[in-house]
Design a protein around this ligand. Structure first.
Ligand SMILES: O=C(O)CCC(=O)/C=C/C=C(\O)C(=O)O
Ligand SMILES: [Fe+2]
Length: 313
């Protein structure tokens, strides 16, 4: 069966910081077009590829990737909280097939999903209950990172499984592109911050509120040109999207983790979700790009991209 894909940046700031009205209008337009694409595809199953921001995955045990057989939203930044409609039977089968193909993916029977995975579902479907999902966590914030080749191989294994299924399947990648939001780093964290990075599940409401306020304050400062985080890198973003559009997923292997952080910010590793999803699509055959939108949006601390694609029959 043919596959379809939507890859899009996310931002915790979508409902918290306002860009210029023309930018907001432009985003409303691109989200409308992405929704129309999804309506046309009418998927029966969505495979989400998304990072986590120390809400579900911690350094106590940090896998490079993980398939969820059951999941819930943590509700950060106003994203949906509570049980999510995971196709447990298919997720278990997918995990077994991926492992059989020599890819070491972790499995979670209780995966916590934050805005990274939930926001695109809400944007594309108006909520999280519209279509059953299989969530795939792709580590995009917590070094050390697996070589990008491993993300390609993971995606290809998932794509081979998906292409053989009878359901209409939509792949949704979430994250990126260049950006450097104030996600705590183990290397620079003090003892208290390290506790959160180690095992910070279910923080008290005031701790979550303080974390979120720090990100919102940084976004205001970044838009005003006074933040100390790395700049967005539109050239890097366009080159990466060009690699996604090329259909030659072997190009992803050339990305090197340290260079990515240097050139495009620490959270540029979130593009690993795009790499896995485009590689999954490519495993089902040649594909054609529909939407290709890009704009750097400092208010969202994001080089913001949206792409759609379908395999050619
Ligand atoms: O404070 C924390 O622990 C995490 C902060 C956070 O969640 C930031 C998220 C930023 C993005 O999702 C992004 O810009 O991609
Ligand atoms: Fe993120």
């Amino acid at each position: 069966m043919s596959l379809a894909l939507v890859a899009m940046s996310h931002s915790p700031l979508l409902d918290y910081v306002q860009p210029a009205p023309e930018v907001t209008q432009e985003l409303i337009g691109v989200f409308d077009r992405a929704r129309a694409f999804v309506t046309e595809i009418d998927p029966e199953l969505v495979i989400t590829f998304a990072p986590d921001h120390y809400n579900g995955f911690f350094y106590e045990v940090m896998p490079p990737s993980c398939i969820g057989t059951s999941a819930f939203g943590v509700g950060d930044y106003g994203s949906a909280e509570g049980a999510l409609p995971v196709r447990t039977d298919l997720a278990q089968d997918l995990a077994a097939r991926v492992l059989e193909s020599d890819i070491d993916v972790a499995v979670s029977h209780l995966m916590a999903l934050d805005h990274g995975a939930v926001q695109p579902l809400e944007t594309l479907f108006g909520g999280v209950d519209a279509v059953p999902i299989i969530p795939v966590f792709v580590n995009g914030v917590a070094p050390p990172f697996a070589p990008m080749r491993r993300m390609r191989l993971l995606g290809e294994a998932i794509g081979r499984w998906a292409a053989a299924r009878p359901e209409r399947i939509l792949l949704v990648a979430s994250g990126g592109l260049s950006h450097d939001p104030p996600v705590p780093q183990w290397a620079t964290a003090d003892e208290r911050a390290r506790e959160l990075l180690l095992a910070g599940k279910n923080p008290p409401a005031e701790v979550r509120a303080a974390r979120q306020q720090r990100v919102i304050d940084t976004a205001h400062a970044f838009a005003a040109g006074t933040a100390t985080i790395r700049d967005l890198n539109p050239e890097w973003d366009q080159a990466f999207m060009g690699d996604c559009a090329s259909g030659d997923v072997g190009r992803f292997d050339a990305y090197v983790a340290d260079e990515m952080a240097e050139q495009a910010g620490h959270s540029s590793h979130e593009v690993r979700a795009w790499v896995a999803a485009f590689s999954a699509l490519a495993a089902a055959g040649a594909y054609a790009i529909g939407e290709r939108f890009y704009r750097p949006i400092p208010e969202y601390i994001a080089g913001f991209g949206v792409m759609t694609a379908t395999t050619e029959d």
